[in-house]
Design a protein around this ligand. Sequence first.
Ligand SMILES: NC(=O)c1ccc[n+]([C@@H]2O[C@H](COP(=O)([O-])OP(=O)(O)OC[C@H]3O[C@@H](n4cnc5c(N)ncnc54)[C@H](OP(=O)(O)O)[C@@H]3O)[C@@H](O)[C@H]2O)c1
Length: 273
Amino acid sequence: MQDIGSVGFLGGGNMAEAIFAGLRAAGMPGERIFVGEPRAERCEELRARYGVQAAPDNAALIAHSDTLLLAVKPQVMQAVLGEESEALQSRRPLLLSIAAGLPAARLVEWAGGGLALVRCMPNTPALVGAGVSGLYAPDTVDAEQRARSEAIMRAVGPAYWVDSEAQLDALTAISGSGPAYFFAMIEHLGRAGRELGLDAELAAALARETAYGAAKLLRESGEAPGTLRERVTSPGGTTAEALKAFQAGNFEGLVENAVRACARRAAELAAQA
Ligand SMILES: NC(=O)c1ccc[n+]([C@@H]2O[C@H](COP(=O)([O-])OP(=O)(O)OC[C@H]3O[C@@H](n4cnc5c(N)ncnc54)[C@H](OP(=O)(O)O)[C@@H]3O)[C@@H](O)[C@H]2O)c1
């Protein structure tokens, strides 16, 4: 992978681990990955598993970081950045925030002001290297900093730029929260299989593997989802009957309403931060 300097992770939780595991797998040396994490035993575990530099010392972490990935929970972010504002102002790393719902301007203000910051919204499949991320950079971020942020997030899947911070709310409603929509669909499909008399484990496995296969086929065929749907739907056949029932229940409208509700909530949370 391209040389992206040193990357620090403020917080060594699930999402941080997914990203630095991806960076290590892409060939980034563990000597250039720094993790600040309060629990000593977690630091030990991360050092042993990934060969990264992990310690419960955020000021030292910041001193080593060309890019600092903000990966603590949103509710503790203000306190953590406030505590480290001196170290941040002295080192001035590029900040890359994955915190849900915290606006770029607010984060920069909490860090003491004047720092370049890119906001990113990954999703949970990043935990298995199959995430998708949205990135937003205000004008204060230069081309090299944008490229660096993108290279980091590409460690866990494709990364796409949006032009405005408000679009991150829309993106949250599709890819950020999207895995839960598919999980709900898989749950309902498995339950419906049980209702039809299938063994519970078998029904769950059929629903799960079908979702995986459908996504893999969609991705690898390069076809549009509508084309693939039409291809498995013969007139008067079984699939057509199921899709007719979806349509009668306004499946399309339901999905649209759900996505709108999610985007609205993301905007509300951002306004409260
Ligand atoms: N998980 C997702 O799907 C997802 C998706 C998009 C965005 N995000 C964002 O990613 C961020 C991390 O989420 P996560 O799911 O990875 O949470 P997580 O597993 O709870 O990770 C947060 C980590 O921060 C550590 N921490 C707490 N206080 C700290 C401090 N003062 N200094 C350094 N580290 C500290 C926590 O340590 P302790 O455990 O010891 O408290 C924990 O290891 C959040 O801002 C979230 O909004 C997550």
